[in-house]
Design a protein around this ligand. Structure first.
Ligand code: SAH
Length: 465
């Protein structure tokens, strides 16, 4: 048993699901942030419990062969990246193990094909969206950047190595320099969370990976910005600036965007592609942040769906219809269900601009819409689909939905998940209700972070896949 402030030397032999290293001394576990499997480290105990403790890294005595020098200068303090000190190969191994272990331990399933993780060719410069909080430092100077891990204090940095740089141009840095300079000159105060005063809260920047179009949306505690015409003029000096708007948010909470958009320049959206499907992205729409990996993920989902043109498919938790539209090109009919009405409006527009007519979208919770549809349309072909695709948020699928899915008895279920623990829980249930786990593919959509996406194929027992 160890106590607070004890200094110890330990070898890191394991890794927790949030990326922290784990070392053991006589069975007593030490959780140490910023360490990598294979490191020998000196640590100081910060909080000791009966069987484990949280310790702080003091010194790396012998670095792991999997350790690399993080290329970003704020990698340690910024809350965005947890794995930058780990080689990319090791990150992929960590993510693969996380998915495999969850399915085995939580899902209780052992007999399935585990495909190699779909890694990124370039695990930096991949994000198409940045949201910079704006504030003041102690000297009253405007700062903008990213929150330090688990806090709301802002690290002043305009440039992030995860963000896209079209043609090598650091669009974020250019935009943030213009905005900060404008604020200083026009004496525009940043919003202060504590007092609720000040104007500018966040700056949202989106970049189309394929189109290179740029969108800027300033989220303000008000409805206008002084001299906003001048600001628009300055922002238009950024290459491919396509849309500029304000978003009004008077709320005193952590939700970044309000509902009202005030257009300042452009059509109200930018466009981008996943594969050859075109998407219209407005400031408030959801859009996958890593379009390159998204295409690979959807292609695997499509492969698992095994469509030949005559199938009826449900796409549950469909967002702006991205998977639905991908599937629709190969199926007879796709029905999407999503809880956010604006996302469904986007999904319908996206279907139209791509001339896709064999999709239908419903607004509502999947666990309400699907059981109700099943009850009211008994015998309809939609109630006996060939394939059901689900892509739920982190909490996974509702049990009422899983029950109806099993009653609908599709030949195949394709499950896309951003949380392998809840995925494993749902796979276990489906496995106990007539579905076999055929194949699992992890996909890295978020290099340098602990997050991992997974797509799996389940098939109804007794059907030939
Ligand atoms: N398949 C989409 C979106 C996946 S994100 C894509 O790949 O782009 C998960 C989506 O589920 C979000 O759009 C969220 O709004 C939606 N959602 C959350 N709870 C839901 C529920 N109970 N029923 C239907 N949709 C839900």
């Amino acid at each position: 048993m160890f106590c607070k402030n004890d200094i110890l030397t330990v070898e890191i032999t394991d890794q927790g699901t949030t990326g922290e290293g784990i070392g053991k001394i006589d069975g007593y576990a030490l959780f140490v942030k910023d360490t990598v499997i294979g490191d020998e480290v000196k640590v100081k105990i910060m909080k000791a419990k009966k069987n484990y403790a949280f310790a702080k890294l003091i010194e790396i005595i012998k670095p792991s062969p999997n350790r690399v020098v993080p290329p970003c200068s704020v990698a340690k303090s910024c809350g965005g990246c947890q794995l930058q000190a780990m080689s990319y190969q090791e990150q992929l191994r960590f993510k693969t193990d996380k998915v495999y272990n969850n399915i085995k331990r939580i899902g209780g399933i052992e007999d399935f094909a585990m495909k190699p993780i779909i890694g990124m060719e370039e695990p930096f410069y991949y994000r198409n969206k940045a949201q910079f909080p704006v504030g003041c430092n102690r000297d009253g100077k405007i700062v903008a950047g990213f929150y330090a891990g688990r806090t709301h204090s802002i690290i002043d940095i305009d440039s992030c190595m995860l963000e896209l740089r079209p043609d090598g141009i650091d669009v974020n840095e250019k935009v943030m320099n213009i905005v900060k300079d404008f604020m200083e000159r026009e004496e525009i105060r940043p919003y202060d969370e504590v007092s609720g005063s000040g104007l500018l809260r966040h700056v949202l920047i989106r970049i189309g990976k394929t189109t290179k179009q740029v969108m800027v949306c300033l989220i303000i505690n008000g409805s206008t910005i002084p001299k906003q015409k001048l600001l628009v003029e300055r922002l238009l000096t950024v290459p491919k600036m396509t849309d500029i708007s304000l978003n009004v948010n008077y709320e005193r909470n952590n939700v970044i965007m309000g509902t009202e958009i005030v257009p300042l320049f452009g059509p109200g959206y930018i466009e981008d592609y996943i594969g050859d499907v075109k998407f219209r992205i407005s400031p408030r729409s959801f859009f996958q942040v890593n379009p390159v990996q998204t295409e690979k993920l959807y292609n695997r989902a499509l492969e698992y769906a095994d469509l030949h043109g005559n199938e009826t498919v449900w796409d549950l938790y469909c967002g702006i219809g991205s998977i639905s539209l991908f599937l629709a090109k190969k199926a007879k009919k796709v029905i999407g269900v999503e809880i956010i009405p604006e996302a469904i409006e986007d999904a319908r527009v996206n279907a139209k601009i791509n001339n896709i007519n064999n999709v239908e979208f419903f607004v509502g919770a999947a666990e309400d819409v699907v059981p109700k549809y099943f009850e009211e349309h008994a015998g309809a072909p939609e109630c006996k689909p060939d394939v059901i695709v689900v892509d739920p948020p982190r909490k996974g699928c509702d049990s009422k939905l899983l029950e109806t899915m099993v009653q609908m008895a599709p030949k195949r279920i394709v499950y896309v998940s951003c949380d392998s623990a809840t995925l494993a829980r749902d796979l276990k249930w489906l496995n106990g209700h007539g579905y076999e786990l055929e194949e699992v593919t992890p996909c890295d959509m978020f290099g340098q972070t602990v997050h991992v996406e997974t797509v799996v194929l389940m098939s109804r027992s007794g059907t030939d896949c």
